[in-house]
Design a protein. Structure first.
Length: 368
């Protein structure tokens, strides 16, 4: 399947995963051919992109760390809890805790998983989906750091609400297309403390978990906010979440920019150790990031194009590739699969852009 911007959607394309609106309504079920009306509804929904089937990705299944249903249940429960808080000023997390226990169990079961894809979200529900993604990524890090289940539950609860301060800001600010004014930036930088003050009113949230909201924008070099804490003065929970939070922010579509593809985000993350984030935690996290996720269309340095079919653990830059073309770019009738760990002279020179993948898929369909 291919992640594709909604602007490229066409009638007849087939949805590869369920497509949902910001309020959780099912717009299109998986394996449905898109009608003209469906395309229009998706484009109006605020979604930046969805997954569709593409002939380049036949028999390629992209694994998830956590099932889509589990993600959606957590996201909907988070939205409901925050909406209730805005009305009553009482934060009741009792309905979320059982869902987080299930989420923790899923991540423990899939602790060796690679991160290939994150969920699709609308611009309007970005903070909720981002919070769930950051929670899952933080748990994956913490499980592999050896956290016991009790600490994982606390981490999950604090991480899910780490941006509750941002959720209190108006949409006019959150969805602004241009640069923030100095006054708006100052308002945004208040969200960690505001979030902390909200979370500490909830008796069911441990005090250490509330500090995730307070400290997730601190930097290990002491140049973060709101208290300019440095290195081990920052709670370890918050140092874990800072890594996950940054990665998800980099790969996410926003109203003012397109999200990075994984290898671009990977390269940016590598530069952040010892300044923005904890280097040891970052290095552990990066061992679980598929630099070239399953389903990526790449060009090799010999000119051939191929699709990534497998990513060996700890060898993310040397995936298995199904060759699609010869060295002159002509489509192959009999596609061969190669393992780059066994072809050390071959290198990936680039990842194809979305429009290139779209056009190549059309060429395959025409040739077939």
């Amino acid at each position: 399947m291919q992640r594709i911007s909604v602007g490229f959607l066409e009638q007849g394309m087939v949805a590869a995963k369920n497509v949902r609106s910001a309020d959780g309504r099912l717009l299109v079920t998986a394996d449905t051919a898109l009608s003209e009306a469906m395309v229009s509804n998706i484009q109006k929904s605020g979604l930046g992109s969805i997954y569709v089937w593409n002939p380049l990705f036949q028999n390629i299944d992209v694994p998830d760390v956590v099932a889509e249903d589990s993600r959606m249940k957590c996201e909907m429960a988070l939205q409901k809890t925050v909406a209730a808080y805005k009305k009553t000023k009482v934060l009741d997390v009792s309905g979320i805790k059982p869902l987080l226990r299930d989420l923790v169990s899923e991540v423990i079961r899939n602790r060796t998983s690679m991160i290939h894809q994150l969920d699709m979200r609308t611009y309007h529900d970005y903070l909720y989906a981002h919070s769930v993604n950051t929670c899952i990524l933080s748990l994956l890090i913490a499980v592999n750091m050896g956290y016991p289940e009790g600490k994982l539950q606390d981490l999950a609860l604090g991480t899910l609400f780490h941006d509750i301060g941002m959720m209190m800001l108006p949409d006019s600010l959150l969805l602004k297309m241009g640069n923030l004014s100095p006054e708006e930036s100052a308002l945004v930088q208040q969200h960690p403390e505001q979030g902390f003050n909200i979370l500490r009113t909830a008796q069911e949230i441990p005090i250490t978990a509330t500090h995730i909201a307070f400290q997730h924008h601190e930097r290990v070099d002491g140049k973060g906010y709101p208290r300019t804490l440095a290195a081990d003065k920052i709670l370890e929970y918050a140092r874990v979440v800072a890594v996950a939070d940054t990665f998800d922010a980099l790969v996410s579509d926003r109203p003012y920019r397109k999200g990075m593809i994984p290898h671009e985000a990977y390269e940016v993350m590598m530069l952040l150790g010892d300044t923005y984030v904890d280097r040891e935690i970052l290095q552990l996290f990066l061992t679980h990031v598929a630099v070239y996720p399953i389903g990526s269309i790449v060009q090799l340095d010999n000119g051939q194009y191929g699709v990534v079919t497998q990513v060996p653990p700890k060898m993310q830059v040397r995936p298995c590739i199904r060759l699609l073309t010869d060295r002159q770019g002509k489509l192959l009738e009999n596609q061969e699969e190669i393992d780059l760990t066994e072809h050390l002279t071959l290198m990936i020179s680039r990842v194809l852009k979305e429009k290139e993948v779209f056009d190549l898929g059309k060429a395959v369909m025409k040739a077939g």
